[in-house]
Design a protein around this ligand. Sequence first.
Ligand SMILES: O=C1C[C@@](O)(C(=O)O)C[C@@H](O)[C@@H]1O
Length: 228
Amino acid sequence: MDFSSFRLLAAGADLAMEPHARADADGIELRMDFAADPLDQLAGYDGDLPVLVTNRVGWEGGEADDTAERLDLLERAVEFDAVTAVDLELAALSGEGDHDADRVADHARDHGASVVVSTHDFEATPDRDAIVDRLERACDYGDVGKMASTAHSPDDVLAMLGATRELTAGGETVATMCMGEAGRHSRAVAPLYGSRIGYAPVDPAAATAPGQYDLATLRSLVDQLESE
Ligand SMILES: O=C1C[C@@](O)(C(=O)O)C[C@@H](O)[C@@H]1O
């Protein structure tokens, strides 16, 4: 998946969303940890949109157990032609988890898939320098460093936007957003500061994180802001 410019992903657990996402999305994030039968879905997928697969582990806010099987599932997933990117947690790549995710990153690259290295803070937003440090580490492990934090004030969003701009100006490829109501607008604004990936559900009731806009709304907001 090409992240040289902003990509809006329809996020969810069912690839059947694809026809409903085609008009507004550049790709799909399949949250395998939410899906009942992710590999069967991928085997039967004949959609137009490329797929990024995520199998989010429990200690990073997802539903998957921290097992070798979680990573095995991701390895199988990147073998499908439609899968052109994989999400791996920075913590799992830097030895903080019970299982080393390096093998998945290597397998993804062997199959031509990009590696998005993600880190989340579901409680707060660190200061700008701490965000920069964390995203730089994430960028060292993959093609895109991604951070989603929880904002409680405009200052939190400013810290994330400032870090996004600083890293992008320095040549890094990052994706950033602030979760929660105070961070909601960052999802439309961060692309103007260099963020390369946005996530939104087709159905507003099926959000995969706090503060997401639905896909059509986020597409419209980003397009309007970028055209000004
Ligand atoms: O890591 C991310 C970002 C996200 O948490 C968000 O805030 O939009 C949504 C998740 O599905 C995705 O894997």
